[in-house]
Design a protein around this ligand. Structure first.
Ligand code: FE2
Length: 190
C-alpha cells in the first residue's frame, strides 16, 4: 500500500464490513434488552446503520471502485465480547447496563474509524464523500449520546436492583413462616 488513497479505500472497506456486522448483531441486542427505551434506541440505530452501509456503497459508486468488504477483525472482537454478555444469566437491569456498555464500545470504534476516513477524504479532495462520512460520524456521536442518557437511569437501576429483588423475597418467606408462628402460638396456647 503506497498511497493515502489506497489506505482510504482499504479503511472504507473495513468500515463497510463493520457496519454489516453491526446490522447482524443489533437484533440480538434488541431481543436481549428489557428497557423499552433501550430497545427503541437500538432499533432506531439499526435503521440508521443500514443507511450508513449504503453511504459507503455510494462512495464506492462515485469513485468507480468495486466494493468488496474486508473483514473488520476489530469490530468482530468488540461484537463477540458483547455477545458473550447476552448469553449470560443476569438481572435484567444489569444486562441492560451491559448492553449499553457493549453498544458504546461499538460506537466509539466506529467514531474513530469515521473520523479518520472523513479527514482523509478531505485531504484527498473527495468532498462529496467527506460530507457523507461526516453525516455518519454525526449519527454515531448522536447514538453514543443517546446511550449516555439511557445509561444514567439504567446504571442506577442496575445498582439498586439487588436491593429491590430482596424485598419480594422477604414477603413470601415471612408469609410461609406465619403458619409456623401460629402453630407455635397455638402450641403455647395449648
Ligand atoms: Fe454505524
Amino acid at each position: 500500500m503506497n498511497s493515502l488513497q489506497e489506505l482510504y479505500v482499504d479503511e472504507l472497506k473495513d468500515l463497510y464490513d463493520a457496519e454489516n456486522q453491526i446490522i447482524k448483531a443489533l437484533p440480538k441486542m434488541i431481543d436481549a434488552a428489557s428497557s423499552e427505551e433501550l430497545q427503541n434506541a437500538l432499533t432506531e440505530h439499526l435503521e440508521v446503520t443500514r443507511e450508513q452501509a449504503k453511504r459507503i456503497e455510494q462512495i464506492f459508486q462515485n469513485m468507480g471502485e468495486k466494493l468488496k468488504a474486508e473483514k473488520c477483525k476489530g469490530m468482530e472482537g468488540v461484537i463477540k465480547e458483547g455477545a458473550e454478555i447476552l448469553s449470560e444469566d443476569m438481572d435484567e437491569n444489569v444486562k441492560d447496563a451491559a448492553i449499553i456498555s457493549a453498544a458504546q464500545r461499538v460506537e466509539h470504534y466506529e467514531m474513530a474509524g469515521y473520523g479518520t476516513v472523513r479527514t482523509w477524504a478531505n485531504l484527498l479532495g473527495e468532498s462529496e464523500a467527506e460530507e457523507l462520512l461526516q453525516e455518519t460520524l454525526d449519527e454515531e456521536k448522536e447514538a453514543d449520546e443517546k446511550l449516555n442518557q439511557l445509561a444514567e437511569q439504567i446504571n442506577v437501576q442496575a445498582e439498586a436492583g439487588a436491593d429491590e429483588e430482596e424485598e419480594p423475597e422477604v414477603r413470601p418467606s415471612s408469609q410461609q413462616r406465619r403458619p409456623k408462628k401460629s402453630s407455635s402460638r397455638s402450641r403455647r396456647a395449648a
